[in-house]
Design a binder for this molecule. Structure first.
Ligand SMILES: Cc1cc2nc3c(=O)[nH]c(=O)nc-3n(C[C@H](O)[C@H](O)[C@H](O)COP(=O)(O)OP(=O)(O)OC[C@H]3O[C@@H](n4cnc5c(N)ncnc54)[C@H](O)[C@@H]3O)c2cc1C
Length: 484
C-alpha cells in the first residue's frame, strides 16, 4: 500500500461513480489525485456484496440508459463500454395495464398508439418535445423556465389519460424517486435518456466494473484509499488548503466532494465559511427519497424461468407517487433478475426487489420492531414474487432486507437519500466553487445528475471545472504542477 503523501493537487472525497469518474479524469490530465473512501468497498451505491452459499448481490445495477456506454467508452475505456448490454424485456404490471417493452422510442410509440389508442401525431409531438427539453447537454445552462411541471407536461399532451401518465411516469418514479410535481426538464432529460436506445446493464456485475475502473485509475496514477473518512475540509482566505483525516492534515489545492451535498457544506466545510443567502438555500434544499431492497438468493443447482429482465409491479389502482414510497405497506416494487447471462461464469440466480421509501417510516423504529418490519418486508416480497415465479419460495436459500437506515449507514447520506437532492440541489452544487475557491461537489444532485449515467456525467463536468480552476491558480502563481 502506497503511503499517504503530505500534499496532492486534489483530494476526492468518496468513491461513488461521480467521485471515481472525476478522479480518473483529473489523473488522466496529470494531476496528483488522492481518492478517499470511508467504506471498505469502493463504488458507493454502485456496489455489490457477497453472502454465504456463493451469492453476489448488486445493490444498484438494475438498468441505466444507453448514454452510459458512450460515456464509459469516452471517459473510462473500451473494455468497460463493451461489457454494457441491453435488457430488452421490461414489464410494467399494475391494475391498469400489463405491458412489456424494450423501452426504446419506437416501442413506446407502438404501445401508446396501439395499446393506449393515443393519436400518432400527439405521440410524435410529445417525443419531439422531450428532445427539445434535453437542454442540458447543450452547454449546461439551466433552462430558465422550470415552472412547467412534469404533471402539466403530461396533461398537455395526453389530457384526461391517467393510464398514459402512469405508463410514462411510473418507471421514472421507480428509477429516481421523482414525482409529477418536479420541473418537466428533469423528466425530459431522464426519460429522454432512457428512450434513446433502451435500458442497459453491466455484464459481469458491479464487482467486475469496479475492478476494471480501479485498473484504469491505477494506470492514471490516482491513489485510492478505503476505510478513511475525511473529517474536515480546511479553508484559508476563502480557498481550500487541505483536509483532515485521522486528525492529520493533508494539503491540497482543491477538493472534489462526492459526499452528501449538505454534509459537504455544513459538516465537512463548516457554515462559518459561507454567506447567509447561500446557507439559506442549503438549509431549505430537499433530499430525494430513499429505498428499501430485498435480496433473494436462489439455491445452487436451481434455476428460475426467464420472466423478463425487470418487472415494475404495483397493486395500486392508480399512479400515486406518494403511495409508491410507503415501503412498509409494499403496494409496489420492482424486481431485477440476475441470471448467469448477467454474471457469466457464476452459475447462480439472484433476485433484487426495490421500492421507494421514506426515511421517516424507518428512522425511529425501536430495534425489535425494526427487525420485525424487515422480516415482513421480506415475506411480502416473496409472496409478490410468487405471482411471477410460482414455487420460487422453495428455491430461495438466502434472504435479507435493506432499508433507508442501511443506506444512511453505508454512504453517510442524509436520510439515506438514494438519488441525492431534489432539483434545487443542482444549483447549490454547481455554485459551490463560487463560494469557496477550489471546493467542488459532484454526485447525485437535482434529479438530472443522479443515477449511473447522471453521476458519471457529473463527475466529468466537475473534474473539467476543477481543472480550469487549478490551471487558473497556477497561472496566477498560486503554485501546483502537473505530474507529466
Ligand atoms: C437501491 C438503489 C437502486 C438504484 N438503482 C439504480 C439503477 O438501476 N440505475 C441507476 O442509474 N441508478 C440507480 N440508483 C442510483 C445510483 O446508484 C446512484 O445515483 C449513484 O450510484 C450515486 O453515485 P454518487 O457518485 O452520487 O455517489 P454515492 O454512490 O452516493 O457514493 C458516495 C460515496 O462517498 C463516500 N463518502 C461520504 N462521505 C465521506 C467522507 N467523509 N469520507 C470518505 N468517503 C465518504 C460514501 O461512503 C460513498 O461511497 C440506485 C440507488 C439505490 C439506492
Amino acid at each position: 500500500m502506497e503511503p499517504l503523501q503530505s500534499e496532492y493537487d486534489v483530494v476526492v472525497i468518496g468513491s461513488g461513480l461521480a467521485g471515481l469518474t472525476g478522479a480518473n479524469q483529473l489523473g488522466k490530465w496529470g494531476r496528483r489525485v488522492l481518492l478517499l473512501e470511508q467504506h471498505a468497498n469502493f463504488g458507493g451505491l454502485a456496489t455489490c456484496f457477497h453472502r454465504p452459499n456463493g451469492h453476489i448481490f448488486d445493490v444498484s445495477l438494475h438498468g441505466f440508459p444507453y448514454g452510459m456506454k458512450k460515456c464509459c467508452r469516452k471517459y473510462w475505456n473500451q473494455k468497460i463500454a463493451d461489457s454494457i448490454i441491453q435488457l430488452p424485456r421490461i414489464r410494467l404490471d399494475n391494475p391498469q395495464f400489463d405491458v412489456t417493452s424494450t423501452f426504446e422510442i419506437n416501442d413506446f410509440s407502438r404501445l401508446l398508439t396501439e395499446r393506449f389508442q393515443a393519436s400518432p401525431e400527439k405521440v410524435d409531438q410529445f417525443f419531439h418535445c422531450l428532445k427539445e427539453i434535453d437542454f442540458y447537454l447543450k452547454g449546461l445552462e439551466l433552462h430558465s423556465d422550470t415552472s412547467l411541471t412534469t404533471g402539466q407536461l403530461l396533461e398537455e399532451f395526453f389530457p384526461g389519460r391517467p393510464d398514459i401518465h402512469r405508463l410514462l411516469m411510473e418507471p421514472i418514479t421507480y428509477a429516481n424517486g421523482s414525482s409529477p410535481n418536479e420541473p418537466a426538464v428533469t423528466y425530459g432529460v431522464v426519460f429522454g435518456n432512457f428512450l434513446n436506445q433502451g435500458i442497459f446493464t453491466f455484464q459481469g456485475g458491479t464487482d467486475n466494473l469496479l475492478k476494471e475502473m480501479r485498473k484504469e485509475l491505477e494506470k492514471n496514477r490516482v491513489q485510492l484509499k478505503n476505510q478513511i473518512r475525511v473529517e474536515k475540509i480546511l479553508i484559508r482566505n476563502g480557498k481550500v488548503t487541505g483536509i483532515i483525516v485521522g486528525g492529520q492534515e493533508i494539503r491540497c489545492r482543491a477538493v472534489l466532494s462526492n459526499a452528501n451535498l449538505r454534509k459537504t457544506i455544513t459538516d465537512l466545510t463548516g457554515e462559518e465559511h459561507f454567506p447567509t443567502d447561500y446557507l439559506d438555500q442549503v438549509r431549505s434544499m430537499r433530499m430525494s427519497n430513499s429505498s428499501c431492497q430485498v435480496y433473494l438468493g436462489i439455491r445452487k443447482g436451481e434455476e428460475i424461468p426467464d420472466v423478463g429482465d425487470v418487472i415494475f409491479t404495483s397493486t395500486l389502482p392508480h399512479y400515486d407517487p406518494e403511495a409508491l414510497c410507503r415501503s412498509r405497506e409494499l403496494n409496489s416494487q420492482s424486481f431485477s433478475f440476475y441470471s448467469p447471462k448477467i454474471r457469466p461464469g457464476h452459475n447462480r440466480y439472484t433476485i433484487v426487489a426495490s421500492s421507494n421509501a421514506l426515511w421517516e417510516d424507518w428512522a425511529d423504529l425501536p430495534e425489535e420492531e425494526y427487525r420485525a418490519e424487515k422480516q415482513k418486508l421480506i415475506q411480502k416480497t416473496i409472496a409478490n414474487l410468487e405471482k411471477y415465479i410460482p414455487g420460487v419460495t422453495d428455491k430461495i436459500d438466502h434472504q435479507e432486507a435493506a432499508t433507508p437506515r442501511t443506506l444512511a449507514r453505508y454512504t453517510g447520506h442524509e436520510k439515506g437519500a438514494s438519488f441525492g437532492t431534489k432539483f434545487e440541489g443542482l444549483k447549490i452544487s454547481q455554485s459551490l466553487p463560487k463560494q469557496i475557491g477550489g471546493l467542488f461537489h459532484t454526485g447525485s444532485a437535482g434529479i438530472i445528475m443522479s443515477g449511473w449515467l447522471g453521476t458519471v456525467t457529473y463527475g466529468v463536468i466537475a473534474a473539467h471545472n476543477l481543472e480550469i480552476y487549478l490551471d487558473s491558480t497556477q497561472k496566477s502563481g498560486e503554485g501546483g504542477h502537473r505530474d507529466d
